[in-house]
Ligand binder design. Structure first.
Ligand code: DON
Length: 515
């Protein structure tokens, strides 16, 4: 796209659309996401909020049995799991307002990949194997994503002609092609036949919202990140503000890791207490992001020991599995940049391909908090702010982020559900600690995570020595070694000195399995 005269925004559309075809388990037209934008000409920065919305007819009771207990799987599979997609509107908005090329041109590579097919890679083959039963029990999923009821082998040519036709319709008609007319009718009929409660007006009234990104400073660097309905930017700001009180150098050194974990516990506690879609609930964003508030939270941290969960110092807390998502980062020669994190939530979303549209629907309804004591698929608990409401956007952890300092600008992000926030946090701390920028080290470094509840530190397998674990245990942390590594971070860096760019992909992207 860049070679054809397009800019970073056109490239971001092309990449997002192509990923929707070749990594259908991660993101797609049936999902939502956030595009964080920087326009070089005037420095304008914005976040395109293309997050899914709950259908207007949604009721909490749809997800509960007659004893008031959650119905297993109701938010994760079938028509009830799917919220109104935002990605098609997001792409059309990006093309119309920021791109230079017509949507038809940016979508062309994805159309070709869907129509002519692509060769399944080992990662697709393994993820399809992992989800074989899910795909067999889904609607239209086995026929499209499997090969004769089995996960395809690497090298299998996977064609999606119906998705190609849908992409062509969007290329011709823009977002109306998706949200109005024949396609909209087909989506509604298919979702409702699968147990959902969508209406034509849910689709017609879907809007992309441009939101002011979260912006703050950390040790002289300017950080720009996702605004609500993602918790990402606010939680990142809170944890970095707390850590600024301590001056972290090596975030992997046990004494510093302890402080990072303590900051994460406090940040995620506030996420559970206060955050939700700010169009629906009042959120004390500036209070949460204030340096003075961070100072008071930092004062409660004991450098020698983990604070017991009931004494973390937030207000009284109100009362895993893994999935997939995609992140990519783009910078063009002019300096336009995009950090995009897009998702259909868990692997292969709701397991419903709507009618003949080729569109695999999301299961983003699972990102709401059904009840205070009921954790979501990432074991996150939440409060009233993230309760299910008609037309509301579920709280997200997706954290596309820019970091700018004297050395240049870094665009980063990752999939990983709640672990996105700790990944981005660790990468920022690592970046700040690097003399010479080394992107490969940034994306490869071992990861630890804490999200307030469950009250334990999760670490990647084979990543931290027994000595390191002992040092954390001595500070009264409970450690849990995760079943697999997580994340698939994608970073681009542009040097301020000479404008040179470099990029790196997380080696975990080649890992087979879940993120
Ligand atoms: O918006 C969110 O926070 C989740 N739906 C993101 C899901 C995700 O990152 C899955 N990747 N492993």
């Amino acid at each position: 796209m860049l070679r054809h005269g397009g800019n970073a925004f056109d490239a971001a559309i092309a990449v997002g659309a192509a990923l929707a075809v070749v990594e259908p388990y991660s993101s797609g037209l049936g999902g939502g996401g956030f595009w964080l934008l920087h326009r070089a000409a005037d420095g304008y920065q914005t976040m395109l909020d293309a997050r899914e919305t709950a259908p207007a007819a949604v009721l909490l009771s749809m997800y509960l049995d007659d004893r008031g207990k959650p119905i297993p799987g109701a938010t994760r599979q079938g028509g009830k799991a799917a919220a109104i997609p935002g990605v098609p509107a997001g792409m059309a908005h990006l093309a119309r307002n920021y791109g230079r090329l017509p949507l038809a041109q940016s979508l062309a590579p994805a159309i070709a990949l869907a129509r002519d097919g692509f060769k399944v890679d080992p990662r697709y083959a393994n993820i399809a194997k992992l989800r074989e039963r899910f795909l067999l029990s889904g609607i239209n999923t086995a026929r499209i994503f499997l090969d004769g009821n089995q996960a395809p082998r690497p090298g299998y040519l996977l064609r999606q002609p119906q998705l190609a036709a849908t992409l062509e319709l969007i290329a011709r008609e823009g977002s109306d092609g998706f949200y109005r007319g024949r396609l909209a009718e087909e989506l509604v009929a298919a979702v409702n036949a699968a147990g959902g409660v969508w209406s034509i007006s849910d689709l017609k009234s879907y809007r992309v919202v441009e939101r002011a990104p979260v912006k703050f400073s950390y040790q002289g660097a300017t950080i720009t990140s996702a605004a609500l309905p993602s918790a990402g930017g606010i939680t990142l700001a809170q944890t970095l503000n707390i850590l600024e009180q301590f001056k972290i150098s090596d975030a992997r050194a046990p004494a510093s890791a302890h402080l990072v974990i303590e900051a994460l516990r406090r940040g995620f506690q506030d996420r559970a207490l206060y955050l939700g879609d700010s169009d629906f609930v009042p959120v004390p964003t500036s209070k949460l992001m204030a340096k003075s508030y961070a100072k008071s939270r930092a004062a409660g941290i004991d450098p020698a020991a983990a604070t017991p969960i009931d004494r973390l110092g937030g207000d009284t807390p109100i009362q895993s599995e893994s999935g997939n998502t995609t992140h990519y980062s783009v910078i063009d020669a002019e300096g336009n940049r995009v950090g995009a994190t897009l998702s259909i939530n868990f692997l292969f979303g709701a397991g419903v391909v709507a009618g003949n549209t080729g569109i695999l629907l999301n299961d983003e309804m699972d990102d709401f908090s059904l009840l205070p004591e009921v954790p979501d698929g990432y074991l996150l608990r939440g409060g009233a702010g993230n309760r299910i409401e008609p037309r509301k956007r579920p709280l997200s952890s997706m954290t596309p982020t820019f970091v700018e300092d004297g050395r240049g600008v870094l665009v980063l992000g990752a999939p990983g559900g709640s672990r996105i926030i700790s990944q981005v946090l660790l990468a920022i701390l690592d970046y700040m600690n690097q003399g010479e920028v080394d992107l490969m080290r940034l994306v490869s470094a071992p990861r630890y995570h804490h999200q307030y509840w469950p009250d334990r530190v999760e670490i990647e397998p084979d990543s931290f020595s027994a000595e390191w674990r002992g040092a954390l245990a001595a500070r009264k942390h409970t450690l849990q070694i995760g079943g697999r590594r997580w994340g698939n971070m994608q970073v681009v860096f542009r040097s301020r000195r000479d404008g040179a760019t470099q990029a790196a992909s997380d080696p975990r992207g080649l890992d087979l399995g879940w993120y």
